[in-house]
Design a protein around this ligand. Structure first.
Ligand code: ADP
Ligand code: MG
Length: 356
């Protein structure tokens, strides 16, 4: 049974539809990210879930009960949700333990219970030994943990996070996204996490909803989003890719310089005369000799026309010898090819993903 359901959710500002007909089910205990570029409607969606903004159309339901609709909404404080903003603030004049326990004091819980719950959450976020420090005596990452602990300790039905790591430096962001996932495994609170950072979404989430211009383009597990993107936008936003255009020729799809049996490609529209496919630079491989064993792969002769060394891998641009095909190829640091050398490209048709 889904906990949180967005149905045709829409929010307009004048002519702009900040959120445009979003349908989304977030399951009980699930960690779901809203991922997309700046301005695509992530924050507006999250603030509607929290109850800070009313929809212009559509509804938000929790376990079948309508919380938000154009005709009225349950106020934020009666939703049992916790939200952490981009510019989270912890109170400078309270210790770590007081910051974390504050929500429980407001709820008038017995002080023994407050102490016990605060202690438990602080242990999980590894701040147990710092309970009596003040925020000024903490690092940025530790302050972030306090904010997380404070949101979790009240045992919200839903946890909402809006780019909570964007004020941290790159190393700390990486550490905290693992931490956030670990916290989720410990407490299993239904979570909606807003970010424009694909690595963050992939590291934390059970599923990712990719948003573009107010709409959700695809909702899937991180692996599927990356390996089987359904739209051009999703393929291009999650990692780098090559787009190639093909046209149907009886039972085959002809690309520039090679052809594939249509039956070998998933998701080819039987009526379409042209298709677009995405192939990741990482799924292509280069070699200086023609590989003896093709193993079902397509082999194309050509040469390297550009290369960039990025430490963890090479970025090559391969140009086919007898067609206009040009593809970005990512290769291991030890796979060194000079510009202008003749090479062979191998492409496994299974790595071609048909895009809508
Ligand atoms: N209060 C507002 N008034 C007018 N336009 C707004 C308001 N809030 C958001 N928008 C517009 O709605 C769109 C989505 O904004 P937002 O949800 O903040 O995007 P994101 O969080 O994905 O960056 C943007 O074009 C933004 O300018
Ligand atoms: Mg935002």
């Amino acid at each position: 049974m889904p906990t949180l359901r967005l149905k045709n959710l829409t929010r307009a500002y004048g002519q702009i539809r900040a959120v445009d007909n979003v349908d989304l089910d977030i399951r009980d205990g699930e960690f779901l990210s809203l991922l997309g570029p700046s301005g695509c409607g992530k924050t507006t969606t999250l603030r509607m879930i929290a109850g800070f903004i009313d929809p212009s159309g559509g509804t938000i339901e929790v376990d079948g009960r309508v919380l938000s609709s154009a005709s009225g909404s349950v106020p934020p404080e009666r939703r049992g949700m916790s939200m952490i903003f981009q510019s989270y603030a912890i109170w400078p004049n309270m210790t770590v333990a007081e910051n974390v326990g504050f929500g429980l004091v407001l709820r008038k819980l017995p002080s023994a219970e407050i102490k016990q719950r605060v202690g438990q959450v602080l242990d999980v976020v590894q701040l147990g030994t710092l309970a009596h420090r003040y925020p000024a005596e903490l690092s940025g990452g530790q302050q972030q943990r306090v904010a997380l602990a404070r949101a979790i300790v009240v045992q919200p039905s839903v946890l909402l996070l809006d780019e909570p790591l964007s004020n941290l430096d790159a190393n700390l962001r990486e550490e905290m996204r693992t931490e956030i996932r670990r916290l989720h495994e410990a407490f299993r609170i239904t979570t909606v996490y807003v970010t424009h950072d694909q690595a963050e979404a992939m590291a934390t989430s059970d599923r990712i909803a990719v948003m573009n211009r107010g709409r959700v383009e695809q909702v899937d597990a991180p692996y599927t989003i990356y390996a089987r993107p359904r739209t051009r936008f999703v393929a291009g936003f999650i990692g780098r890719t090559n787009f190639i255009e093909g046209r149907r020729d009886r039972s085959q799809i002809r690309f520039d310089g090679f052809a594939v049996d249509a039956a070998r490609l998933e998701g080819v529209d039987a009526t379409a005369s042209t298709i677009t496919a995405s192939v990741r630079p990482q799924s292509l491989s280069l070699s200086s000799e023609r590989p003896a064993d093709a193993d079902g792969r397509i082999q194309i002769p050509g040469r390297i026309v550009e290369r960039t060394f990025l430490g963890e891998h090479w970025d090559y641009v391969f140009a086919a010898a007898s067609s206009n095909l040009r593809l970005k190829v990512a290769a291991r640091p030890s796979d060194v090819f000079a510009v202008d050398t003749d090479t062979w490209l191998a492409l496994d048709p299974k790595q071609l993903v048909v895009i809508q």
